[in-house]
Design a protein around this ligand. Structure first.
Ligand SMILES: [Zn+2]
Length: 410
């Protein structure tokens, strides 16, 4: 990786993007797989640290695996911007890193404008936002804000069975210090996260708008349904003698699509199924099915999950299988600070749009005035190697973020 800092915004963006381009490429899935404490994410942390230090920012790691780069002295009433460096498995290049790169370039832009913050200012990168390795999204900022129990987090395991505590220890973080960090949280005055849009609402709302301001995040959650049957031979076991957990698993997939038709605005997805042992000529002994459900209302989200689970239970009973449902996470609808949102949308002359995607800014909004800027994504595709934003739009995003920070650090 190079650590060049070319003079102009456009070439600085291109240089940053080419630094990041080779890190964590997923040759099997396409796109990127960058997860908390893995090699790719550690490389990105190093890149961010060096880029911040080149800009004279003071870099520190907090107790929860998040990185902070301070312009000037840390203190109370801080304006904080940033995002995350990790990705979903086989994710796009923009989700997360766009907010981090834009924050670094916004600092450059503010210096060109001769702005010196009158308030403490920091860029932050939050750990495991996607929950791609340990299953809990926004892990770093949930730990920081005390939204999740540190003991419970330390025990979470990745698909290889490695715990958060062990994974953190391997890369030099002390898991014992994880947990609520009220002093740090109290120091944040405002949090703004720039992010690639993960849909096409911006385009649908105002076809000329490049940047939008977030209004709210749908209620969303993740559930793991474990269906247990009887592992057996695919060739010699008659259909009547089978207890095949893949049958109720299939019912989960179909119910996820069918049930939401009664709830306008809802989405339900089965994006991950793991049969055990996972052999072509083997009837699985158990299957784990992960369900992601989102709707404006948390009670409706719960109802949708109940209806999907009921459909799975019917098939499980017919098949002689048992069922265990575990909620991995649930977040109520988040409305971003309306005053701050209005301030930013007026400043940028930008439309205000909601999103169905979860973000660190959503977790922070329960504690500090928080806002999001979304950069146009022409296809709307995200969490996919096909995720894209035009460079010209990303540079408009940098300018918008610089405008916002300039306004907030006065
Ligand atoms: Zn993201």
């Amino acid at each position: 990786m190079s650590f060049s800092l070319p003079p102009a915004g456009g070439s600085r963006f291109a240089a940053a993007w080419s630094d990041l381009a080779p890190v964590g490429k997923d040759l099997r899935r396409g796109g990127y797989s960058r997860h908390a404490f893995d090699d790719a994410e550690m490389q990105l942390r190093q890149w961010f640290t060096e880029q911040s230090q080149r800009r004279g920012l003071e870099v520190e790691n907090d107790r929860n695996g998040n990185i902070w780069a301070w312009w000037g002295e840390p203190g109370t009433g801080a304006v904080v911007t940033g995002s995350h460096l990790d990705s979903v498995p086989g994710g796009g290049a923009f989700d997360g890193p766009l907010g981090v790169v834009s924050a670094l370039l916004a600092v450059d832009e503010l210096r060109l404008r001769g702005v010196t913050p009158a308030r403490p200012f920091a860029i932050a990168c939050f750990m495991e936002e996607e929950g791609g390795r340990f299953g809990l999204p926004c892990m770093g900022c949930r730990l920081l804000t005390g939204a999740v129990d540190a003991d419970q987090v330390r025990r979470l395991r990745d698909p290889d069975g490695l715990s958060v505590a062990d994974a953190a220890r391997r890369v030099g973080f002390d898991p014992a210090t994880m947990g609520a960090d009220p002093a740090r949280l109290a120091g944040i005055g405002t949090f703004v996260e720039l992010h690639v849009e993960q849909g096409r609402l911006l385009q649908n709302t105002d076809s000329t708008a490049v940047v939008g301001v977030g209004s709210e995040i749908l209620a969303h959650g993740r559930w793991c349904i474990t269906i247990t049957g009887q592992g057996n031979h695919a060739g010699t076991t008659r259909p009547d003698d089978r207890k095949d957990p893949m049958i109720p698993a299939a019912a989960a997939v179909l119910a996820a699509r069918r049930v939401i038709t009664d709830f306008p605005g809802a989405v339900a997805t089965v994006g991950r199924i793991t049969p055990v042992p996972g052999g072509t000529n083997v009837i699985a002994s158990s299957v784990q099915v992960w369900l992601d459900v989102r709707h404006e209302s948390a009670p409706t989200t719960a109802t949708i999950v109940d209806l999907i689970v009921a459909a799975v239970r019917v098939e499980a009973e017919l098949e002689g299988c048992t069922l265990r449902v575990q909620r991995e996470s649930m977040v109520d609808k988040v409305a971003f600070d309306p005053g701050l949102g209005l301030q930013l949308s007026e400043l940028l002359a930008a439309p205000v749009i909601p999103t169905g995607a979860g973000h660190d800014a959503g977790v922070f909004s329960a504690h500090v005035p928080s806002a999001m800027l979304f950069v146009r994504n022409p296809s709307g595709i995200s969490h996919s190697p096909d995720e894209h934003a035009d460079t010209a739009d990303c540079l408009v995003g940098v300018t918008a973020l610089a405008d916002v920070v300039e306004d907030l650090v006065r």
